[in-house]
Design a protein around this ligand. Structure first.
Ligand code: RET
Length: 260
């Protein structure tokens, strides 16, 4: 059943996305994707996958609803924000061949805290959890990203920025592997939520490692091929943003079905 809300939101989204992607075909031809530009292809692929995921998560948020509505809406916000940024990044790459580092960090500043909050939200959907989980994960993200940006942009020594950023990431990993969040998940979560938590936790460990590795090769180990680095980042975001949302969707679906 399609309800009123869905009738309003779906055409709105299609309109916004059409508007943004329009700019990708400028009249002078400079921003047209060249045949054989595989990095450019990967930018297109992820932009569209993110846009489609946004519609999916929003529709599912309204269908499943209840205690899971917020987690699914946040998944949609993550893919929506990233879809927008990717459309701009794609243009930067296709028209100049430059790496859109600033856009990536602006995107991360919004999407990474939202991804972290998901750990709190999926636990809050099934148990009573303290706000401490929320705040620790949020602070961990900022400690990871802000010095990382300052190091890449030249406001801070690159090694120092990297080192502080790594501590932020380790702090996050500690919380989700051994901290309060992990204890709530292990003792109170139904099986589907435990599975989702486990998959999300490993995404933050393995999937997220791509970014510090890219930083390391790009800034500390004497430079790397920017084309390859961009493809790797683009594919990593399929796991880190879209699959991450799907893990939550799985938990929402199963936990809701188990009750009815
Ligand atoms: C959707 C985008 C995501 C999940 C981006 C994640 C970014 C990181 C995990 C970045 C991590 C970094 C460090 C751990 C050390 C300092 C350098 C950073 C910022 C690249």
């Amino acid at each position: 059943m399609i309800n009123n809300k869905q009738w309003v939101i779906t055409p709105f989204l299609v309109f916004v996305l059409a508007l943004v992607s329009h700019s990708a075909t400028a009249a002078d031809g400079s921003t047209v994707l060249q045949s054989g530009d595989f990095v450019g292809y990967s930018f297109w692929l992820i932009s569209m996958a993110l846009a489609a995921s946004t519609i999916f998560f929003l529709m599912e948020s309204m269908r499943i609803g209840g205690k899971w509505a917020t987690s699914l809406t946040v998944s949609a916000l993550v893919t929506f924000i990233a879809a927008f940024h990717y459309m701009y990044m794609r243009e930067v790459w296709v028209s100049t061949g430059a790496t859109p580092t600033d856009f990536r960090y602006i995107d991360w500043l919004l999407t990474v805290p939202l991804l972290m909050i998901e750990f709190y939200l999926i636990l809050a959907a099934i148990a009573k959890v303290s706000g401490g989980i929320f705040w620790r994960l949020l602070i961990g993200t900022l400690v990871m990203l802000v010095p990382g940006y300052m190091g890449e942009a030249g406001y801070l020594n690159p090694t120092l920025g990297f080192g502080i950023g790594m501590l932020g990431w380790l702090f996050i990993l500690y919380e989700i592997f051994f901290g309060e969040a992990s204890k709530v998940a292990a003792t109170q979560a139904p099986p589907a939520v435990q599975t989702a938590y486990m998959l999300m936790k490993w995404t933050v460990t393995v999937g997220w490692a791509i970014y510090p590795i890219g930083y390391f090769f790009g800034y500390l180990a004497g430079g790397t091929d920017m084309g390859t680095l961009n493809i790797v980042y683009n594919l990593a975001d399929v796991l880190n943003k879209i699959a991450f949302g799907l893990f939550i969707w799985y938990a929402a679906n199963e936990a809701t079905a188990a009750k009815t």
